[in-house]
Write a protein that binds this ligand. Structure first.
Ligand SMILES: *Cc1c(COP(=O)(O)O)cnc(C)c1O
Length: 397
């Protein structure tokens, strides 16, 4: 069948919750994807900041294949070695104390919110605690995660949300203070906002939030689902700020394509919140998913991924700055490491469409921001190739 025939068929069978680009992808190699007609695309999306290791990492693939041959799933009623190793890797690189594995980012957020509410409940036995979240945040599409997502358009039709969520403005500490009350049990934010438009937290802001949380025994939840796992040039973005969360959420790069996520807590939360029977999942941390996480951490070390992100991220920053200087329609350039965005004065949908036609996969973050979240193994040559294609498309605008 031809590509457009598959696309027609897809629209007959899949619920239309996405306006998809008109390509049917078939396989990947290195940092390139190929459609079913053999056309190649340089991938600066990485499955939305997921496929950090690119598409040809044999160690990762073999680890997953070997685990498939051993056992794929057992259940959380029993122990399995990959889950123990995966948890050790996460704790070793974060200095946090306990891991709960989930199937996705949204579920990691759900767990983090439950842990925060239970922590507060155990202190005063009341059930009217509040959570402060940020405007323009994105934490996922399930009801709890949606309730803390600062995009009213995503929430409107699905109300009522879970109660007692208050919104503040990222990088405006007074707006956070204005939402504080005796009932605040947690403050949740992305260390670097992703979907909302690539807005990094400012160091002073994050430090003040940490200080408020310490003073009032409020839990700080940092959502590292997109900005974690090396994307900003440190294993977790908060490591750059010298601010440690009480709870961190992970997904996307954590498993690099096999579904998986986690929420990770410090000892205080581990000892004083969720207990046996309070929370669970059938698949979370199953041997297949956990084996992927173990392989990801091993490959990060072997390939020195963090160093590559720093070097190539700096190079990308310079190159995107040059573009921003050259084109009047580019209003701003933000980001850290291999998580960057260009804000345009026009919608970017047509630019992305042109890029895809020219063999470059890019995504947006909001309607007017181009997002650059490539596999973390990209080279400066890949950046040059991307800039070449993007420049061609911008000249056509
Ligand atoms: C993608 C994302 C989520 C949701 O993860 P899913 O796996 O899609 O449920 C939550 N928070 C952030 C910051 C994300 O980027």
């Amino acid at each position: 069948m031809k590509m457009n025939e598959y696309i027609d068929e897809a629209e007959q069978v899949l619920l239309h919750t996405y306006n998809r680009y008109q390509i049917v992808l078939d396989h990947g190699e290195g940092v390139h994807l190929y459609d079913i007609e053999g056309k190649s695309y340089l991938d600066f999306c990485a499955g939305i900041a997921v496929f950090a290791l690119g598409y040809s990492n044999d160690n990762y693939k073999n680890a997953v294949k070997n685990q498939i041959d051993k056992v794929i799933h057992t259940s959380n009623y029993y122990y399995n070695v990959p889950a123990i190793e995966a948890a050790k890797a996460i704790l070793g690189s974060s200095g946090l104390d306990r891991v709960f594995f989930t199937n996705s980012g949204a579920e990691a957020i759900e767990g983090a919110v439950k842990a925060a509410r239970k922590y507060a409940y155990l202190k005063d036995q009341t059930t009217d605690h509040e959570i402060i979240a940020m405007e323009h945040s994105f934490h996922g599409r399930t009801m709890g995660a949606l309730s803390v997502t600062g995009n009213p358009a995503y929430r409107e039709a699905f109300k009522p949300m879970i109660g007692n969520i208050r919104f503040a403005t990222m990088n405006d500490i007074d707006s956070v203070k204005a939402q504080l009350s005796d009932k605040t049990c947690a403050i949740i934010l992305e260390t670097v906002q992703g979907e909302g438009g690539i807005y990094p937290a400012e160091e002073a802001f994050l430090k003040e939030i940490r200080a408020i949380c310490d003073e009032k025994d409020i839990l700080l939840i940092l959502d590292e689902i997109q900005c974690g796992m090396g994307r900003t040039g440190s294993m977790f973005a908060w490591l750059r700020y010298g601010v440690k969360p009480d709870i961190m959420t992970l997904a996307k790069g954590l498993t690099c394509g096999i579904p998986g996520g986690a929420f990770v807590v410090n000892k205080k939360v581990a000892d004083n919140s969720l207990k046996a029977g309070d929370h669970g999942t059938t698949y979370g941390g199953n041997p297949l998913s956990a084996s992927a996480t173990v392989a990801v951490f091993k490959e990060y070390e072997r390939l020195n991924i963090i160093e590559n992100v720093k070097t190539v991220g700096d190079y990308l920053y310079k190159k995107l700055d040059e573009l921003a200087d050259k084109y009047d329609i580019i209003k701003a350039h933000r980001g850290i490491g291999l998580m960057q965005g260009l804000e345009f004065s026009v919608p970017v949908a047509d630019i992305i469409k042109n890029c895809i036609e020219s063999g470059l996969i890019l995504i947006n973050a909001g309607s007017s921001i181009l997002r650059f979240v490539p596999p973390l193994i990209i080279t400066k040559d890949d950046v040059d190739e991307m800039i070449g294609i993007l420049t061609g498309c911008l000249d056509k605008q």
